[in-house]
Design a protein around this ligand. Structure first.
Ligand SMILES: Nc1nc2c(c(=O)[nH]1)N=C([C@H](O)[C@@H](O)CO)CN2
Length: 121
């Protein structure tokens, strides 16, 4: 299985369970690994045959930037659904890091995998 990735996509959003968090914007950092047929894109050398990481990043920046959720779980799940449904990605691993949420921790958050991994080869 081939992967197209996006690393450390930092986006400000409204996220948190406490009242004070609903009144501010906080950064989250997304890492994504997305199953994609790199072989096919390489053979044609055409963006139409590739999973466009810039288009995915733009869509997630728009969605997360406008979002208001309490839990990181909810935000991560919604982002994974967008990637799978709007970009025809069969499998995605998404890490959502709520940096700065816990003092003395580099980050906290969730890692989710959704969809079916395509067979190797
Ligand atoms: N599993 C989770 N635990 C916690 C979350 C969360 O979204 N998922 N959120 C918080 C608070 O919003 C915290 O980040 C504020 O610093 C606590 N635990």
């Amino acid at each position: 299985m081939d992967i197209v990735f996006i690393k450390a996509l930092r986006i400000e959003t409204v996220i948190g369970i406490y009242d004070w968090e609903k009144a501010i914007r906080q950064p989250v950092v997304l890492d994504l690994e997305m199953a994609s047929d790199v072989d096919r894109a390489a053979a044609s050398d055409r963006i139409a045959d590739a999973l466009d990481y810039k288009a995915v990043s733009k869509r997630l920046k728009q969605f997360v930037g406008d979002a208001r959720f309490e839990l990181v779980e909810t935000l991560a799940e919604r982002c994974a659904t967008i990637v799978r449904e709007e970009f025809a990605v069969p499998w995605v691993r998404l890490t959502l890091n709520k940096v700065g949420a816990v003092s003395d921790a580099e980050g906290v958050g969730v890692v989710i995998e959704r969809g079916e991994r395509p067979a190797a080869g």
